[in-house]
Design a protein around this ligand. Structure first.
Ligand SMILES: Nc1ncnc2c1ncn2[C@@H]1O[C@H](COP(=O)(O)OP(=O)(O)OP(=O)(O)O)[C@@H](O)[C@H]1O
Length: 267
């Protein structure tokens, strides 16, 4: 798709025809002293990798936190607008926050494996979901470790502590733990920022494969990574979305001076 519509003086939407999984409308986030996210309107496509891109402090992480209501943890933040998933506005669902979060796996900048064995890190999520059958648990542990390409590396030491794994392996384990609760969406906040280049590539390769089964929304400020991975790009600047659309359109045909400059400097 090549069409671009100028929706405001400096905001550009590259039209996309994908199947939506999440609709964000008129979303604003305020702290006591600042307007952090300004009138965010986007539709996130299903079974794609959406990259939230932009310079430090532009609001990428805050937008990601809104999507699973991690913003609830910060009493100083005030939100208005809507985030619809499966036709429900998650911002007004008072009692179903656990259910909402179970639809989403979260991968943070640094891996935080639970202080237990590799096996139990994944079994834990399954048990929380009510899975009791030991054979089913064993099958799923293997399945999810294979999904993140970790099985061959750990199959002979499943009962040893997860904290003895390398950081790159821990990040894949945390991804597998997130997958074990069978989310629809994976939210990833700079998931490779603590990793060496080889481990980073492994995570990137897993994301490219996982999008067949999951929708991935990833924060990065690394332009090259966005180019390698993104199907859909949301470019942010000072709390606003400046351009969003299919990755090929955004990267081959940026419309705004701000994005053109970001791409020039980012190379
Ligand atoms: N709980 C909060 N209270 C007050 N201000 C906040 C809070 N959370 C975020 N901010 C501010 O909102 C702005 C956006 O922060 P955010 O972490 O979303 O940016 P970012 O684009 O993810 O940056 P980075 O790439 O550096 O992680 C920043 O100015 C930050 O200081």
């Amino acid at each position: 798709m090549k069409t671009a519509i100028v929706t405001a003086e400096k905001r550009v939407e590259h039209i996309t025809t994908e199947v939506p999984i999440m609709n964000i409308s008129n979303l604003n986030v305020y702290s006591k002293s600042a307007h952090i996210l300004k009138n965010i309107n986007i539709t996130i496509p299903k079974n794609k990798i959406t990259v939230l891109l932009g310079p430090s402090g532009c609001g990428k992480t805050t937008l990601l936190k809104c999507m699973n209501r991690l913003t609830d943890l910060y009493s100083e933040l005030r939100l208005d607008g809507t985030i619809e998933i499966d036709g429900q506005n998650i911002l007004t669902e008072r009692n179903r926050i656990t259910e909402i979060r179970q639809k989403m796996g979260l991968v943070m900048q640094r891996p935080y494996p639970l202080p237990m064995s590799i096996y139990d890190n994944i079994a834990y999520g399954l048990k929380l979901k009510g899975v009791r059958d030991k054979n089913v648990i064993a099958e799923k542990v293997e399945k999810h470790l294979r999904e993140v390409a970790l099985w061959d590396e750990v199959k002979d030491r499943l009962k040893s502590s997860a904290q003895r794994l390398s950081i790159g392996q821990q990040q894949r384990l945390c991804l597998a733990r997130g997958l074990a609760v069978e989310p629809e969406i994976i939210l990833a906040d700079e998931p490779t920022s603590a990793l060496d280049p080889i481990s980073s590539r492994v995570i990137e390769e897993q994301f490219s494969k996982l999008k067949d089964d999951y929708t991935i929304i990833m924060v990065t400020h690394i332009l090259r990574q966005a180019k390698r991975l993104a199907d859909y790009v949301v470019f942010m600047y000072y709390g606003e979305i400046i351009e969003h659309g299919n990755a090929a359109d955004i990267f081959e045909n940026p419309q705004t001076d701000i994005l053109k400059e970001y791409m020039r400097v980012g190379h």
